[in-house]
Design a protein around this ligand. Structure first.
Ligand code: HEM
Length: 123
């Protein structure tokens, strides 16, 4: 039975499942693997703390995601299509694994941050 997002392990499942999808995706995969050449051992713990801070007010996240994506956008144009795919895969990830209040929060936060990010990158 699906449960809500409550613990560090839940956050880890969410983030790991999302990146399994994103890196396998034909539009987003190359951005992570070939353009940004992401060091996953470094990046995943950052994403755990970002989402744990955002959803559970637990971990400490110190970083500037807007700046990171602004710089990424200078290497490769991050298109509306890419952001749409990012949002779709994130929502799929949540709905496949979780149900509940924080799961709903996660979807809303992800979509609003994604929309703000796309707006800021382009304005
Ligand atoms: C088309 C959409 C997106 C793409 C292609 C993308 C790709 C990336 C890449 C390549 C990195 C750098 C990884 C590294 O350090 O090597 C990154 C970092 C990150 N992304 Fe995204 N991203 C997207 C959207 C988003 C959205 C919508 C969010 C939040 C809801 C987000 C949250 C983050 C965070 C928190 C970091 C870590 C920044 C730090 O180092 O502190 N990303 N992303």
């Amino acid at each position: 039975m699906k449960k809500d997002i409550e613990t560090h392990l839940d956050i880890k499942l969410m983030v790991d499942s999302f990146y399994d999808k994103a890196t396998a995706d034909k539009l987003l995969g190359p951005v992570f693997n070939d353009i940004a050449k992401v060091d996953w051992d470094h990046h995943l713990p950052i994403m755990y703390s970002f989402w744990e801070a955002t959803l559970l007010s637990k971990a400490v996240y110190k970083g500037n995601p807007m700046d990171t994506h602004f710089k990424l956008n200078q290497k490769i144009k991050l298109t509306q299509e890419m952001f749409n795919k990012w949002k779709t895969l994130f929502i799929e990830t949540i709905e496949e694994n979780f149900v509940g209040k924080t799961a709903n929060d996660a979807k809303q936060r992800a979509v609003s941050i994604a929309d703000l990010m796309f707006y800021k990158i382009n304005n």
